[in-house]
Design a protein around this ligand. Structure first.
Ligand code: PLP
Length: 409
């Protein structure tokens, strides 16, 4: 008889976005004439830029010609792309990487979910609360959690991120082996300074732990003092892996391309404490389970790293950041406290008058016809918070803010 992987029975239904959709549908069916504005999604809304489209077209052309046609590309990605990434994202920021430390992949969701495969089942993992749910669910699937009680899994160390610690997790009191960090953060929009990040690097070095650093939103950082990469921190190359993505950087949520940095210095240990190269292990995993990102997409992605392509994507990012400012200013005017939205597309607001996240969702939908994401959907500490996203059409954002100003508080 075919049996289920019992770990899957521990997973909580991905009820958040399904529940939002259900409530949205019920409302629009009852109120067909009302226009609802969605500020809940974490998906981009602006199209790919002309330079990227040109690159993609060139990729298609290359595939039609016998001399430039490409079949399987079994190693980490095309050198023409990796070279550019290495130069622009890392070398220019003072981070020295070899090309074979950069792995081209289909996106950060896949890699942040898959990476845990390389580690023993009984390691202790630490995740922030609130959190991007992929980190936790992929570990639950792999059997690293106990049961789900009171909004949390047993055997997982939760790092609370609340207004009291300015949404920056504190170093855990107990020993952990694998730490997931994400900055700029989804959902809080919070960023981390070099000195705060250095504390995590120090912890990882002292405890032979590993940091999985999700930098999917680094392109939104405009403050020159903030690190774009964990490898800007001294010593991080021995204890960290970094995930990057063109999804939010260049509108690739549907096109799919990410890259993961696994430095050769990172070692992991077997039961006899012998060292193994994480880079080699990841390469081994990828060569067995992954056959590369399409040549056409890599060709298009290459344009993100040209001077012209950079200018174009910066314009789009600035547009989203202006949206974020409009939302943030609108909230300030009605005395709603928020964080994020400055070097990030997400605004994390404190629900007014003690509303629960879901009660505030209902209030916004019914009074303003605006949809956001209840913070509690990202973890227990998200209760009493709400995420608004700056991805969207300018006129809609302005109208949403106008409607928010009418909110009866
Ligand atoms: N990491 C974080 C923190 C995200 O918020 C998202 C998407 O919303 C991803 C990763 C997924 O990125 P990708 O589209 O590259 O899979």
């Amino acid at each position: 008889m075919i049996r289920i992987n019992n770990n899957y029975l521990l997973l909580q239904g991905s009820y958040l976005f399904a529940e939002i959709a259900k409530r949205f549908n019920e409302y629009t069916q009852k109120n067909p004439s009302k226009k609802v504005i969605k500020l809940g999604i974490g998906d981009v809304t602006e199209p790919l830029t002309p330079a990227i489209i040109k690159g993609l077209e060139q990729g298609v052309k290359d595939m039609s010609n016998i001399d430039s046609f490409k079949g399987y590309k079994s190693d980490n990605g095309y050198e023409f792309l990796i070279d550019k990434i290495n130069h622009l994202d890392f070398k220019q920021r003072g981070v020295k990487l070899d090309n074979n430390e950069i792995f081209i992949t289909c996106g950060a969701k896949e890699d942040t979910a898959n990476f845990q495969e390389l580690f023993a089942e009984n390691i202790k993992i630490a995740i922030t609360d609130p959190v991007y749910p992929v980190y936790i669910d992929s570990n639950v699937m792999a059997g690293r959690s106990g049961n789900f009680n009171n909004g949390r899994y047993e055997n997982i160390v939760y790092l609370d991120c609340t207004a009291d610690n300015n949404f920056i997790p504190e170093i855990p009191k107990e020993k952990v082996d694998l730490i997931y960090l994400c900055f700029p953060n989804n959902p809080t929009g919070q960023t981390i300074t070099k000195s705060e990040l250095a504390k995590w690097v120090k912890y990882a070095r002292e405890n032979k732990a590993l940091i999985l650093f999700d930098a999917a939103y680094e392109a939104f950082i405009k403050d020159d003092n903030l690190p774009h990469s964990i490898f800007e921190i001294e010593g991080a190359k021995e204890v960290a892996v970094e995930f990057r993505s063109l999804s939010k950087t260049a509108g690739f949520t549907g096109t799919r391309l990410g890259y993961t940095i696994v430095p050769k210095e990172v070692m992991i240990y077997d039961k006899n404490d012998n060292k193994h190269s994480l880079n080699k292990l990841w390469e081994r995993r990828q060569s067995t389970k992954f056959n590369g990102v399409s040549y056409i997409i890599q060709r298009g992605a290459c344009e993100v790293f040209t001077e012209n392509g950079r200018k174009e994507i910066n314009k789009v990012i600035n547009f989203y950041l202006e949206n974020a400012k409009i939302i943030k200013d609108g909230l300030t005017k009605i005395n709603i406290k928020s964080s994020g939205g400055i070097n990030s597309p997400y605004i994390w607001l404190e629900t007014p008058n003690g509303y629960s996240s879901w009660d505030f969702f209902t209030k916004l939908l019914e009074e303003c016809q605006v949809v956001g994401t209840p913070g509690v959907g990202f973890g227990k500490c998200g209760e009493g918070h709400f995420r608004l996203s700056a991805f969207g059409d300018r006129a809609n954002i302005q109208e949403a803010v106008e409607r928010l100003s009418m909110l009866k508080l």
